[in-house]
Design a protein around this ligand. Sequence first.
Ligand code: PEP
Ligand code: MG
Length: 597
Amino acid sequence: MTLSIHGLPVARGIAIGRAVMVVSSRLDVAHYFIKPEEVESEVDRVRAARDAVTGELHRLQASVAQMGPNDAPHELAALLDVHLMLLQDEALTGGVKHWISERLYNAEWALTTQLEIIARQFDEMEDEYLRERKADLEQVVERMLHQMKGTAAVLAPTPPRPKHKPGEELDPLAADAFDAPLVLIAHDLAPADMLQFKKSVFAGFVTDVGGRTSHTAIVARSMDIPAVVGARSVSQLVRQDDWVIIDGDSGVVIIDPSPIILAEYGFKQRQGDLERDRLSRLRHKPAVTLDGQRVDLLANIEMPEDTLGAVKAGAVGVGLFRSEFLFMGREQQHQTRLPNEEEQYQAYKRAVEGMQGMPVTIRTIDVGADKPLDGKLREDSHLNPALGLRAIRWSLADPSMFLTQLRAILRASAHGEIHLLIPMLAHASEIRQTLSLLDFARAELDNRGAVYGVVKVGAMIEIPAAALTLRTFLKHFDFLSIGTNDLIQYTLAIDRADESVAHLYDPTHPAVLRLVADTIAECRRLGKSVSVCGEMAGDVGFTRLLLGLGLRSFSMHPSQILAVKQEVLRADVSKLEAWAQEVVNSDDPAAMLALKA
Ligand code: PEP
Ligand code: MG
């Protein structure tokens, strides 16, 4: 039966493919693809875990047998029998083997995927006794996962491509490989998980939770695949291998579509491809308005390798390198928790070299809130992490970590133009501490005789307090960059990651526009450069407004650059300035923007 669900569109386009479920249950496991040559050893890991748990259960059985009926009730022995039976069941072991060998899932992912499939079968059983066996199965799987800890393989980038066409029946346990596109369905994905998937070939992506500018959505956008977040119960309704349509323009997710719906969306998909082809012709055209104003279109990146896409899209530099992604999700792959100075230096150098002489703006680490370092939220996350130890506050609380990063960035500046950007500053005291740590990092490098270049230092304006004390910021910094994602969150007191208040997350709120407009105007008045690097910069609905307010530097995901360039090429700034002021001063800016669209 066809079902459709509405969520928040975060990355444009249509994706049609088979569902790959990432189960995020209380069993919190890593999800990654192994290399084909690792299938055997991965299956062996599962077998070894199963044998170890079998041994464990046999030992328990033996000790139960020695106890009297008062110490060990009869049910306990029966329960151990059930656990042993479930452990040996072909539905579990055969299924797990299938996901590993056909889809190259790592063992833990394969195990939790198969657990989910069998658990749903248990849920549908009439017999209450049998239904309750689901909890036993979960316990058995948990024991196996526990055994597997510390024996993980290395990550591989690419899953196999399924081979079936829409409408065909598919037996998930069949041995042959498939060849249809894959779409990712999850309750939620930590940004660190998203980074793993970024290296793979998913055609689209949906989550139950998340707001339009949550970090998961931002990474999804950088993958340049259609994506919908905040689709509430999608992960409950979709099953592994279901056909799913993701409409990243309207936020609709269609499960098990009928042939007519499939044909309609297939048509839309082709239209989108044509539009993209048309836009790609603008790649080498300079971004200049009709009245001759040059506009810098820069790229937001998460990893040094993203510079490839940035150059390809015609970016004239990197306006925001979210360096925290170098620090995230490392526990699966590395022994050490944080990258050391040399590792960071190499990464920043790769980014600089990747941009082939164009400037790279590296933002210092911004972890905390919805970007936990290890993919897990802190235990005290109920305390309101978006207002807690995040970004520069985190860095200043751990000066040794911060100095390591500053030294690495400074050293990389010997290889090309680097701008250093500091996130989430609000207090003059934070500015002073940051700048003196930067001086200290330079002194450390001098003592070592290390080479480094000149870096411009800028601050993000993403807290209303910063936007309201621009004079202090402009005194100390060479440039400012407006982080509208957080500026909106903190101005309107709306959690950007919470889909239940997403309808109130409003970039056109007059208070937000006032802060953005004043920041641009003040920088221009003092001749300091200013850019916008929040999601607003890549939204074509705001291009003309921002141009009219005087912005000449926009930083966005490479996938958005060509569409924004098209808007720039069509704009006549001299005719937009008065209108932009009217929008900002209006009670209903959204309506005025819609009129001009
Ligand atoms: C912002 O807040 O607008 C921004 C660009 O930073 P981030 O999205 O990484 O918080
Ligand atoms: Mg921010």
